[in-house]
Design a protein. Structure first.
Length: 345
């Protein structure tokens, strides 16, 4: 009973969220790691169990103290947020966008009240979210808003590659202007702290250059000389174990091979492309993904938030073929972070 309690959102009910949550909770190891409960709609979760054909049941709860955390029985904080008569899998619906939103809000509220030790999120659909009147770009902005967090960053992680970004959802021309020493230092501090929560006592962090070959001593740009190198030097003076600016075309391969415990990307695609090449594995013989690994962790929040790093996949929702790999990895990371925070409280 000392295992961390994790609130897992069901995601957009019309997508693969409910089924990957069910598949993940069908693994006994999850109940050996943590005490999971789902925030969402119990009827949706029961539907997912039925079409997957798994020997599981749902226990409807309206407070955490009612959860039993028994393998084979999914505790669902039932928000009664989906009209099942109008519900359709694989379609953008306002009610599904709202269901995803209220599931997230409940998880956030439980974490802020210290009723759960961390949160894990299944994918939402941005079109459905906005159709429901919730005008956010995604999970990160929802969490930042309702935890009143001003400084935060996205960390992508799998077993071997961990990437944080200086900037994310901005035009590429603007992203170059955002490569500034204070922000580089800020995100390096965040990923260093995160890696300590993952079990690395003195994390080795590689910091990417912005330009090809990290500018080749100024031949291809001056951002390295003006912003990145000064950030690296200050971090070293403060005792951080950092290297850089490392040419971007070699940094991520070095990290994957174990030379670094984490790396800092200068903009969205610089970090996302290598991460998804490593984590998304398509099998041409079976015509489906063998694995879709990778998680998205929001750093800088007062609570733990880990998410699968893939979308709602409406095209395969309800077919029973969605992989739970990323959800399993998300639960693992959230558990490790919760245990670290408990030990260092």
């Amino acid at each position: 009973m000392n295992l961390p309690i994790l609130a897992i959102t069901m995601g957009d009910p019309a997508g693969i969220g409910p089924e990957i949550v069910v598949r993940a909770l069908h693994h006994p190891v999850v109940y050996q790691q943590c005490r999971p409960l789902v925030t969402g709609d119990a009827a949706v979760m029961e539907k997912a169990i039925r079409f997957l054909g798994l020997p599981m049941t749902v226990k409807r709860i309206d407070k955490v103290s009612d959860a039993e955390f028994c393998y084979g029985q999914i505790d669902v904080f039932d928000l009664h947020c989906v009209d099942m008569e109008k519900f359709k899998i694989g379609e953008v619906q306002a009610q599904c966008g709202n269901a995803a939103f209220v599931s997230i809000r409940k998880a956030i509220d439980l974490a802020l009240a210290d009723e759960v030790d961390g949160t894990v999120t299944a994918p939402l659909n941005k079109a459905a979210l906005n159709l429901a009147g919730h005008h956010f770009d995604g999970h990160t902005e929802i969490y930042a808003t309702f935890t009143n967090t001003k400084k935060y960053a996205m960390l992508l992680a799998d077993e071997f590659l961990r990437v944080i970004h200086v900037s994310t959802h901005v035009p590429l021309r603007k992203a170059c202007d955002l490569v500034k020493k204070p922000r580089i230092i800020e995100v390096t501090e965040l990923i260093t702290d995160a890696c300590k929560q993952f079990g690395y006592a003195n994390p080795r962090i590689g910091i990417a250059g912005l330009n090809p070959h990290s500018s080749d001593n100024g031949l291809f740009g001056d951002e390295e000389a003006l912003e990145i190198t000064p950030a690296v030097e200050e971090l070293r003076q403060r005792g951080f174990n950092v290297d850089g600016p490392v040419p971007p075309d070699t940094l991520f391969a070095k990290c994957k091979c174990g030379q670094y415990d984490g790396c800092v990307a200068m903009y969205h695609d610089q970090g996302h492309i290598p991460f998804k090449v490593v984590g998304f594995n398509w099998n041409p013989q079976t015509g489906k993904m063998d694995s879709v690994k990778g998680v998205n962790i929001t750093l800088g929040l007062p609570i733990i938030r880990v998410s699968v790093d893939h979308g709602t996949a409406f095209d395969v929702a309800g077919k029973g073929v969605a992989s739970e790999d990323a959800m399993m990895l998300s639960i693992d990371y959230a558990t490790r972070m919760a245990l670290y925070r408990r030990e260092h409280a």
